[in-house]
Design a binder for this molecule. Structure first.
Ligand code: HEC
Length: 142
């Protein structure tokens, strides 16, 4: 019995390493499906669904934002942000003035950076940020 007690911290450390390795992986680079101008449905939606849906779905819409399939575009493009109604969540052609962008890059005036993880802001991998930024820059096409 005494020997087993020593296993507890060992298992804890192994568990932590597995968790940490998963966190670092972060997901593969996004796959571009459109030729030319980026499109929400083809290039951006799947990424946001996998990264954000835990907290921004129809049952649980944090800050009123639903990013479920077929809903995200309508919810964000040219729509006022709940946390700062003077800004659009997505202002086509202008990522810097888009509240979504400020949340993803850590410059928002309210709340935390997105997406949230167990220990606060868990910034998206660079390729994913670039994809979202370019989509807005290119006019935020559906
Ligand atoms: C673990 C839960 C969680 C995840 C995952 C998450 N969010 Fe959020 N989100 C919140 C909460 C809670 C708020 C409100 C408080 C805050 O801003 O910190 C919020 C607020 C927001 C807002 C402000 C909306 C407005 O109109 O003011 C935006 C934009 C946003 N999230 C985008 C995203 C995006 C994009 C992702 C995925 C990349 C994401 N969130 C992932 C919990 C989450």
């Amino acid at each position: 019995m005494k020997k087993l007690i020593f296993l507890v911290p060992v298992l804890f450390v192994i568990g932590f390493i597995v968790y940490w390795a998963n966190e670092q992986k972060g997901g593969e680079a996004p796959v571009l499906r459109s030729q030319g101008t980026l499109s929400y449905a083809e290039d951006v939606e799947d990424l946001l669904i996998s990264r954000c849906m835990n907290c921004h779905n129809a049952q649980q819409a944090k800050a009123g934002l639903v990013l479920a399939e077929g809903r995200g575009y309508e919810a964000m493009v040219d729509k006022a942000a709940q946390q700062d109604p003077s800004l659009r969540l997505v202002l086509p052609g202008d990522p810097e003035s888009s509240y979504l962008w400020t949340k993803l890059t850590g410059g928002a005036s309210k709340g935390k950076g997105m997406p949230r993880g167990p220990s606060g802001w868990k910034k998206l991998p660079r390729e994913e940020l670039e994809l979202i930024g370019s989509w807005i820059q290119q006019g935020a096409k559906p």
